[in-house]
Design a protein around this ligand. Structure first.
Ligand code: MRU
Length: 365
């Protein structure tokens, strides 16, 4: 996508052909800072401290992390260690495991001398493939937005509600939930996005608003509890979210609060779509509530807020009484029955084993 007039991805190889550069997403929207990763530990830290985040970007960063690790120690022990260190960074997004398994399967049979070059080449391919998949799912999703807009008689504005950040910042480019929005906007459909702020880390307020603004997409920030009210008053034409792990049966694990939006959407007859590239499907599980590991993060993210003061300083404040405990569950599961459709790079599937099987016949037994 374009940042300050320049085509930009979220991760790219540095000019030296060895280091890997990322945007520090903890500093957005107030500062645009590029960080250079030189080691396995840099990549692991970037994921665990959420300089990069979003399921597809976590996968791409892990792939580059393996490449950086092979530059440090390409022995069998080095490979095992890199896998373990990166795998431990975040538990929920399955793209992490997918990318690490992919790299390990590629590198393990190679001689140590050949591993570094092979890892860089595969990491670059994973990044490019992510861009292609997100672009393609964007086309399929934009067709849905167009249909709804046309069926409603082409109103002046078609309202999409989204949760968290599932835009290009969460992927290598384009995004998952927001790829259809960008494609629809670029095709002249008057799309407007209701952006859930997405407490506690506020990815909606800080990241989604920023990237929609950079692309000129009309949007309005709302607090997390507004969606149901808007739906009751006909102000939401469809919801689109991303996902960190979708089961083979179509249950969707995404940022905490997604489930409540899906319930409200069902109650109000609002279509609830989820955008995802194939690597976000976990083919090994079918029961999302039982089987998806839900990340629990530092309660300090709930009790404190960080933002820009009127005099231009970034400060963190505490909003709770001293001693009140907080819990910080980062994701929840939306059962397949609440999902209208899964928008993938191969087309739109019903959220079911049969639906996914039809699109990915090679993956389901
Ligand atoms: O905790 P985060 O910011 O990594 O969570 C991101 C999300 O929940 C996204 O919606 C999800 O990764 C889908 S992204 C394209």
């Amino acid at each position: 996508m374009i940042v300050n007039g320049k085509p930009t991805r979220t991760i790219w190889l540095g000019d030296d052909g060895y280091t890997v550069e990322i945007i520090d997403q903890t500093r957005l929207p107030h500062e645009f800072i590029v960080v250079r990763m030189e080691t396995l530990d840099d990549a692991a830290r970037a994921i665990s401290h959420m300089l990069v985040r979003g399921a597809p970007l976590i996968g791409a960063t892990a792939a580059y992390g393996m490449a950086l690790a092979m530059g440090q120690d390409a022995s069998d022990e080095g490979l095992e260690n890199a896998y373990k260190v990166l795998y431990a960074t975040r538990p929920t997004a399955v793209n992490l495991r997918w990318a690490l398994d992919d790299l390990k399967a590629l590198l393990a049979p190679l001689s140590a001398d050949a591993r570094q070059a092979a890892a860089y080449a595969r990491a670059a391919d994973i990044a490019d493939e992510d861009v292609e998949m997100c672009s393609s799912l964007g086309e399929h999703g934009a067709a849905i937005i167009r249909d709804i807009w046309e069926n409603k008689g082409k109103p002046d504005r078609i309202n999409v509600l989204t949760h968290c950040n599932a835009g290009w910042l969460a992927t290598v480019d384009w995004g998952t939930a927001l790829a259809p929005v960008y494609k629809a906007h670029d095709a002249g459909i008057p799309v407007h996005v209701w952006v859930d702020e997405t407490r506690p880390r506020n990815q909606g307020a800080s990241l989604t608003c920023w990237e929609l603004g950079q692309h000129g997409v009309p949007h309005t920030l709302i607090v997390d509890n507004v969606g149901g009210h808007l739906m009751q008053h006909g102000q939401v034409d469809l919801c689109i979210t991303g996902t960190d792990r979708t089961t083979a049966a179509g249950d969707v694990c995404n940022k905490i609060g997604t489930y409540l939006k899906a319930l409200a959407a069902m109650d109000n007859g609002v279509p609830f779509y989820v955008g995802l590239p194939g690597p976000t499907i976990d083919w090994t599980i079918t029961d999302g509530v039982r089987d998806v590991p839900i990340e629990e993060r530092d309660p300090g993210e709930v009790t404190r807020l960080t933002g820009l003061t009127d005099d231009g300083k970034i400060e963190t404040i505490t909003i709770t009484p001293a001693g009140s405990p907080a819990a910080n569950y980062a994701f929840d599961v939306t059962p397949a029955r609440l999902v209208t459709g899964l928008i993938t790079e191969r087309g739109v599937a019903t959220a079911s084993i049969e639906g996914l099987k039809a699109l990915y016949p090679e993956r389901v037994g």
